[in-house]
Design a protein around this ligand. Sequence first.
Ligand code: ADP
Length: 466
Amino acid sequence: MEQVDLFTIGAGGGAYPAAFRLAKAGKKVVMADIKGVMSGNCLEQGCVPSKTIREAIEVYRLAKKREYFGLKGENIGFDYAKIIDFKDNVQKFRYAQHAKELEEASANLKLVKGTASFIDEHTVNVTGEKFEETYKAGSIIIASGAEPYILPIEGKEHCITSTDIYILGTKIKSLPKSIAILGGGYIGIETATFFNELGVDVTLIQRSKRILTAMDERFALLLQNSLDPKIKLELGTEIKKVEKIQAGGAYNYNVAYTKDGTLKTVNADMVLMAYGRKPIVPEGADKLGVEFNKKGVIKINSAIQTNIPHIYASGDVNGLSMLFHSAERQSLVCGNNIFAGNTPIDYMDFNAVPTTVFTFPKAAYAGIMPSQAEKMGIDILECSYDFVVDAKAQIYNELNGEIREFFDAKTLKIIGAWVIGIDAELLIGELVTAIQNSLDIHTVAGLANQHPTSSEGVAKAARKLL
Ligand code: ADP
């Protein structure tokens, strides 16, 4: 049995920042991951491949606007199989980078390929292809991530998940003519807009009366109303079943659902189930006395500790903010608290985590949204900047969208913001820094944001309140 200072279950964003930090300080660290590589599901099947595909589509979209820019070019088109090769290559490039990082890391750090399970609150077993090892650890980070949630409906086996589309080496190398997407969360909506831009006939079937129910209603509706109307949104529905239909030598699918009491059917070549992701709990964790919430998710405090102080649950596994950059920051919080002997000295500020929906158009937010502020009894001062007057947006002729900022009316400090449209994923970076540092309205309004970039709106929105 090997004795280590830190053992991580998983080697994704929730695990490796802490692992590297502790190893750098001379602590003995072992990470175990089923995949045997670092960076988890984000690189294998999540953010990186989906956003790589998105960027290829963005270039294609701009190329189609070539005459607007005064450019010429015939036969602008795409080969989806080649887009997939491009995506796979970006993934491989990043895997090689991570392998090098691991090679160059301190000799105190080891990555083991295998499945980890708990024996007791300090002991973990790893089962690999040809070995079984046991580790005794001073601290343990559970960072086992999440997997697509499968709605238990009749015909669920006929549905693919986002993993099938985005995974490294995917078998899906050609586009269907039509797709039915079940679920209007960010993965469903992003994929709907990607496929729509590539000419696929998209129907998105959502239970609620709007998309993105986990997000602020006004924000979600703004995005919903900005989507290409070619995407058919079936809202307020209940999925009944998915049936496989033989059509000549090929197959397609019928999705049956009810809407306003009427039974309806959509026929599509592919059905994507996109009901969000559910945390994976490593075997044995339930026998330790670790507390779980009603949904079966491990409970943590804002120091990312479970009720057992030397056991942490970092990243997607705690279900609080399933984003790679959130997991990375949570992992560093764990690292700092482990340094302090598992007595908290660092805490996670979930309000300082930006979220971007990488749809066409993009939409991003951070901090406290108006609906939350209302529940919290915070009066807000609100201001916005419309991209129709923005120089960069005008250059690109991408005039739809806005930057919107929310200040606490009592303290005049910025508490939240959103951006819909051009550069949303970048602009939210500056705004989240302002939110994290509680900048006041005069400071935000006084920023000399660079002209002509879309960030000008960050200051210009605030100036409207002065
Ligand atoms: P996060 O970003 O929260 O770290 P990810 O989903 O990206 O989450 O990564 C989680 C990783 O944990 C995945 O690579 C997965 O293979 C790994 N994993 C899940 N369960 C186990 C387990 N029991 N033992 C080892 N690795 C695991």
